[in-house]
Design a protein around this ligand. Structure first.
Ligand SMILES: [Zn+2]
Ligand SMILES: [Zn+2]
Length: 319
């Protein structure tokens, strides 16, 4: 279980940074967030397999977040993919994907399902037994969505308590774990809440996409008990005005949102190509903020892998 940063650059490719794309590998599934140009080539250097991707989440329709999609889909077709793929994005995503499917000659013989997500409010857009994925409306020059990947943990059995209550280990415990009450031989009724401990804190990852800093996004992440925030920080704080004009965030903005969200890990991405030859000012600012507000700050690098086990290990339930 890990996050793989396939592209961490902004707007145009740089020598060391591909345009944006992030993969989350979770329990055998791979979720792709944004797919900038060259994403499929970046995958070659990682263990992210295009064939294992069933869901792609697009934050917005700027080229640096979507131009890798046609190539990726065509390669999937070339490799004989038959399983459908789901693509989620803001309004107008369907038209864009359709035009991508009309590009050139190819053998895409699998279903491409496109889901346009309204941008008025947050939604839970995908749910399985083990996770939920939410969208959140962000503020950029065009309609943009942030996303949250949240692991669902099952409540734990308090075995000691169950034995004290005289419950038979086996079918009764299974029923209780599934949330059903049981009646013991002596007539006592035991409810799930009598023997279940609250679920352990799971992994929860927020991703901002391109955006101005949004305090409400931070609050939303806090309400979902997020532990990791991947936030764009296109500029260092001396370029505050550029950030505001282009509707992007600075390092300081990202730190502030991370603090509101009360995450432990803040990962900065979507870094401007202007820092390509001289990262010093950016790096110094990050060092200055380090440890502030209980945040571990990491600057994302292309092909960087962030293990989720590390977060699980430090996962004490927050008060
Ligand atoms: Zn961008
Ligand atoms: Zn953008």
């Amino acid at each position: 279980m890990k996050i793989v940063f396939l592209g961490t650059g902004a707007a145009v490719p740089a020598k060391n940074r591909n345009p944006t794309s992030i993969a989350i590998k979770f329990n055998g599934e791979t979720f792709l967030f944004d797919c900038g140009e060259g994403t499929q080539r970046q995958m070659i250097y990682t263990d992210v397999s295009p064939m294992k991707i069933d869901n792609i989440f697009i934050t917005h329709l700027h080229g640096d977040h979507i131009l890798g999609i046609p190539g990726l889909l065509q390669s999937m077709g070339f490799n004989g993919r038959k399983t459908p793929i789901n693509i989620y994005g803001p309004p107008e995503t369907e038209g864009i994907i359709n035009s991508m499917l009309n590009m050139g000659y190819h053998s895409i013989n699998f279903q491409v399902n496109v889901y346009e997500i309204p941008i008025e409010k947050p939604y839970c857009i995908l749910e399985s037994e083990s996770y939920k994925i939410y969208s959140y409306p962000m503020e950029h020059s065009i309609p943009t969505l942030g996303y949250v990947f949240k692991e669902k943990k099952k409540p734990q059995l308090d075995i000691k308590r169950a034995i004290e209550l005289g419950i038979n280990v086996g079918p009764d415990l299974k029923k209780l774990k599934e949330g059903r009450s049981v009646i013991l031989k002596d007539g006592r009724e035991i409810h799930p809440e009598d023997v279940l401990l609250p679920p352990k804190r799971g992994i929860s990852i927020g991703y901002s996409g391109d955006t101005l800093p949004l305090k409400d996004f931070g609050k939303f992440l806090k309400s979902l008990d997020c532990n990791i925030l991947i936030h764009e920080a296109t500029f260092d704080s001396s370029k505050k005005e550029n950030a505001f004009e282009t509707m992007h965030s600075t390092i300081e903005d990202a730190v502030n949102i991370g603090a509101i969200a009360k995450v432990e890990e803040l990962i900065l991405t979507h870094i401007s190509a202007r820092y390509e030859d001289n990262m010093e000012i950016y790096l110094n600012e990050v060092i200055n903020h380090s440890g502030e507000k209980n945040l571990n700050i990491t600057i994302a690098e292309d092909l960087m892998e962030f293990p989720l086990k590390k977060v699980n290990k430090n996962n004490k339930n927050k008060k």
